[in-house]
Design a protein around this ligand. Sequence first.
Ligand SMILES: NC(=O)C1=CN([C@@H]2O[C@H](COP(=O)(O)OP(=O)(O)OC[C@H]3O[C@@H](n4cnc5c(N)ncnc54)[C@H](O)[C@@H]3O)[C@@H](O)[C@H]2O)C=CC1
Ligand SMILES: O=C(O)[C@H]1O[C@H](OP(=O)(O)OP(=O)(O)OC[C@H]2O[C@@H](n3ccc(=O)[nH]c3=O)[C@H](O)[C@@H]2O)[C@H](O)[C@@H](O)[C@@H]1O
Length: 463
Amino acid sequence: MSTSNENDGAAPQRITVVGTGYLGATHAICMAILGYDVLGVDVDPGKVDRLARGDVPFFEPGLPEKLAEAQATGRIRFTTDFDEAADFGEVHFICVGTPQKPDSYAADLRYVQSAVRELASRIHGDALIVGKSTVPVGTAADLAELADEVSPEDARIEVAWNPEFLREGFAVDDTLHPDRLVFGVASEQAEATLRDVFSPIVDEGVPVLVTDIPTAELVKVAANSFLATKISYINAMAEVCEATGADVDSLSAALGLDDRIGSRFLKPGLGFGGGCLPKDIRAFRARAEELGVGDAVAFLAEVDAINIRRRTRTVDLIRELVGGDLAGKRVAALGAAFKPNSDDVRDAPALDVARLLYLEGAHVTVYDPEANSNAHRAYPDLDYADSLEEAVVDADVVALLTEWSEFREASPASLEEAGAHPRMVDARDVLDQEAYVAAGWEFRALGRPAPQAGRVAARVPAH
Ligand SMILES: NC(=O)C1=CN([C@@H]2O[C@H](COP(=O)(O)OP(=O)(O)OC[C@H]3O[C@@H](n4cnc5c(N)ncnc54)[C@H](O)[C@@H]3O)[C@@H](O)[C@H]2O)C=CC1
Ligand SMILES: O=C(O)[C@H]1O[C@H](OP(=O)(O)OP(=O)(O)OC[C@H]2O[C@@H](n3ccc(=O)[nH]c3=O)[C@H](O)[C@@H]2O)[C@H](O)[C@@H](O)[C@@H]1O
């Protein structure tokens, strides 16, 4: 492995990005912003039409403005046509989904396989296919073989891997100013091409790690597994706190002030969800088992289990607050997205809690500032409100499940005024417990002791 920021040669000018979802649309738009001519390719004509009209089909702060900026330069187009895509790009980025298979923990690789097959079977001359999707180690080698099998005789295709670390909600900034770039390559030429393509970012001083391809594939799943482990670690501590009357927020603050531990990703609460961390730790386990090293990452099963237990614990707290039986009780579920500043409900803990409440007979009204329509598509049986005020009308209990600032900023008085009974479960540990208790609310939070008269309230420094 080498690490340096050297760059030589002229950058390729034309780039295709295959798959224009959260990752691909962001990557395509940012590549155009960096000055490349970009063609975004997707099999979903609805998505392609919307992007072509300048309409980002999901919620991502700042991305619509960047799309408008890119379109104004005439440097970005979108298509469903693979003939055009194969002909257009000198470098082809693969950004299609790698979801969990419906019947196992493994990653479903049919979309990356199809993308490479469609592209490679139409390529003539030299081309570099660069995977950005998150894949099990060994996938790139299989895809290189597939490209070789299906491509015309005059094609010279190389495969490289450039894993992506962006976070939803910060996608543009993370793409243009990443912590690091990882280039998994099998040749100096592929390395030089990637250095050229990313030179505007590399020139800003962003570290580049050049590795072999399996290492690059693994870096990504190892990073997401570490982040998931950190969250489940603090949530495991929350379980212990609940059994002892200790306060996990104070515990987390004290741990996080140790530089060796660090405070980021140590926020206790309802746990992780989304289109990546949950499926990535499961796919990693599945791949490690295939490789005969399942024991090495067996702890990820516990990371997953701790995470899921936060959801049932939240339901327990809500049930307890309404007197032990959820049947017929009205619950205002604040939040559906897997985290604030996203409309993504894939494996969303908030929505899962709403579903579990519904299954126990509760009347659940969900409100999320951005994710209502995605949530409705996923769970049409739940009720959806158009505003926070509408969601809490007559609610027997209010549950804060995604920590949108709108919910953090609402006062206990305003919720009561809107018609809520004064019972709150704060599943994200973000509300001012003392203010709610002072206003006469019954209040429960994950990992924090129930308020008692005379108890010294924990004072946690901001982190
Ligand atoms: N969402 C995120 O923040 C990040 C995602 N990733 C990884 O990126 C990959 C994509 O994730 P998302 O963008 O979230 O998924 P997504 O589901 O939003 O987007 C995937 C897109 O690929 C398209 N697609 C499927 N098959 C295709 C084909 N054969 N040809 C062309 N397009 C095709 C789909 O229509 C869809 O628009 C996954 O491997 C994920 O783990 C990595 C880093 C960040
Ligand atoms: O592979 C991916 O797709 C991406 O997955 C995560 O990004 P993302 O899923 O957008 O969201 P995060 O900010 O990482 O949050 C993930 C989940 O963990 C939860 N979380 C996060 C931090 C924390 O301290 N506690 C906690 O419960 C969030 O509520 C959320 O549900 C990683 O942070 C990205 O680096 C990675 O590129």
